[in-house]
Ligand binder design. Structure first.
Ligand SMILES: [Zn+2]
Length: 111
């Protein structure tokens, strides 16, 4: 009895249906641009509320819908210049002293 039921279900597991004559569900493909350069194409139902932001499947960043206007400035720290980095390690008096030292060396022809 159980064996027969299994055989029956096995036959039914193979689908001989094809797409002919079936209407595909109405869909829309929405394109998103990730701030890290990834491109996403996300299918939605035609009547779905399409979000303006979609999580990038590659890096997890917030990808923006292509027609949602100009991309937001990513909130990154402004680039640090060599001077900024120097100022993190040395105070102005220290830099003055270093400058005097180097100038002295220059004048004496030691550089
Ligand atoms: Zn990404």
């Amino acid at each position: 009895m159980a064996e027969r039921a299994l055989r029956g279900s096995r036959l039914g597991a193979v689908s001989y249906e094809n797409d002919a004559g079936t209407e595909p569900a109405q869909r829309q493909i929405v394109k998103y641009s990730c701030p890290n350069g990834h491109r996403l194409e996300v299918p939605f139902a035609a009547d779905a509320q399409v979000p303006a932001v979609w999580e990038c499947r590659y890096c997890g960043a917030n990808a923006r819908k292509d027609d949602a206007g100009p991309p937001q400035q990513p909130k990154t720290k402004p680039a640090r210049s060599h001077w900024d980095m120097l100022r993190e390690r040395r105070s102005i008096p220290e830099l003055e002293a270093l400058l005097q030292e180097r100038l002295e060396a220059l004048r004496q022809g030691r550089v």
